[in-house]
Each structure stands twice: as structure tokens, then as C-alpha cells.
Ligand binder design. Structure first.
Ligand code: B16
Ligand code: MG
Length: 219
């Protein structure tokens, strides 16, 4: 049995609800282009990189888009998303996050971020957590997005803890798969809690104790 020596948090949907801002920005882009897009479509974009998200959105497009069109659309979406991010403050931390972070630090467990987002530093700064984590691995450091394990493998490497001693916390199916592929235990929260490969499940981080998170029982 291995002890849990590091917890690697996904950012969007786990630490803070930027997932709603992603939806609003993609929706505005889709409406402007006359492409059908709803919240159910948006669920498929959780944890997926910006360009892969655009490809999913374009599955329902009525005309073809060139690579230059797509680069422009991704840029427009990101500008709208960044506008929405300006509303973020430390009050936007999701339920239970501050308590879990404090508890893990008190126990000497390393904490890291493993996010597909290229806006992770901006978000962490806005919510007052820029200096909180022992390491941040994000979309600016990786070439393959979740469900590839790269971002979690990098986060574990940066905190110097082997995968079998890491717990990933994720809200996306693609993220749960990435954590499992990295050889880590995975706590699935929110919409990912129905994923069969998760090690642990909880509605949110207030609904699970630190002892449960760090123990190695399966759910
Ligand atoms: P950006 P996470 C992911 O963040 C989001 O879940 C996903 O919806 C988004 O497309 C991706 O980041 C890229 O974000 O456009 O800011 O680079 O959940 O991995 O923290
Ligand atoms: Mg997420």
C-alpha cells in the first residue's frame, strides 16, 4: 500500500467554476456563426484543449472552416472568455476547496495543479491562489491534452512524487481517464462522479473528508 503524498487538482470545475464562462464564450461564438450549441454539447468540452473544443463545436457547423478561420475563432472565443474571467475573485473558490487545501498543507501533502488551460496562471492570480500550489502544470506546458496523462505526469514530476502516491481531483471524464492513464488514484467530482474508472467519488470537495481522500480504499 502507498500513502498519498501529493494531490493534483484540475482547475476549471474543481477549484473554480470557469466552466460556466467557457460555456458562455463558446455559446456566443456558436450563435454568431449560426452553429447549434447547447449545454449538453458543452459537457463534451470539459478538460479538452481549446482547439479540440472548437473541433467538437464545429461538428455541427453547416459549412467548412479553414485552419485560418479556426485560429481566428479560437482567438475570438478566448478574448470573450478572458473578458468574463475579469469577474473572478477569491470569493469564487468552489465549496470545500479552501478547507481541503488548508488541511492538505497541514498534513504535509504536496499540492499541485494539472489543468488543460492556457489561462491557468491568470485564473490562479484572480482567485488569490497564485502562490498556493507547490507546482502548476497547465496547457502552456504540454503538447497532448487530457485524456492523455501528460499534464498529471508533469505535475507529479514537478512535486517529486511518484504516480502511485498521487491523487488526481477531476470534474471531467477526459480528466479521470488522464489520471488513471498516469497510474494515479482519481477522485471524481461533480459531472465526472459517474465515471466507472474513478477511485473515489463526491458531489464536491465539501462532501468528502481528508481521511477518505488520502486513504487507499476504493469507492
Ligand atoms: P483554455 P481544466 C480546461 O481546463 C477546461 O475544462 C476546458 O473546457 C478548456 O477548453 C481547456 O481548459 C482549455 O482552456 O482555452 O483556457 O486554454 O478543466 O483542465 O482545468
Ligand atoms: Mg476541469
Amino acid at each position: 500500500m502507498h500513502k498519498t503524498a501529493a494531490v493534483i487538482f484540475d482547475l476549471d470545475g474543481v477549484i473554480v467554476s470557469t466552466d460556466e464562462f467557457h460555456y458562455l464564450a463558446w455559446k456566443e461564438l456558436a450563435d454568431a456563426e449560426g452553429i447549434p450549441f447547447d449545454r449538453e454539447d458543452n459537457e463534451r468540452l470539459r478538460g479538452v484543449s481549446r482547439m479540440e473544443s472548437l473541433d467538437i463545436l464545429l461538428e455541427k457547423a453547416l459549412k467548412p472552416y479553414s485552419d485560418a478561420n479556426k485560429a481566428d475563432m479560437a482567438e475570438r472565443k478566448n478574448a470573450m472568455y478572458r473578458g468574463l474571467l475579469e469577474r473572478l475573485s477569491p470569493a469564487d473558490l468552489l465549496t470545500g476547496v479552501a478547507e481541503v487545501i488548508d488541511g492538505l498543507r497541514l498534513r504535509g501533502v504536496k499540492i499541485a495543479i494539472g489543468s488543460s488551460s492556457k489561462n491557468a496562471s491568470r485564473i490562479l492570480k484572480a482567485i488569490g491562489l497564485a502562490d498556493t500550489f507547490d507546482a502548476v502544470a497547465d496547457g502552456t506546458h504540454i503538447t497532448r491534452s487530457k485524456p492523455d496523462p501528460e499534464v498529471f505526469t508533469l505535475a507529479a514530476h514537478l512535486v517529486g512524487i511518484p504516480p502511485e502516491q498521487c491523487l488526481v481531483v477531476e470534474d471531467a471524464h477526459a480528466g479521470v481517464e488522464a489520471g488513471v492513464a498516469a497510474g494515479m488514484r482519481v477522485l471524481a467530482v461533480g459531472p465526472a462522479a459517474d465515471h466507472p474508472s474513478a477511485t473515489l467519488r463526491a458531489k464536491d470537495l465539501s462532501a468528502i473528508s481528508l481521511d477518505e481522500m488520502l486513504s487507499h480504499r476504493t469507492a
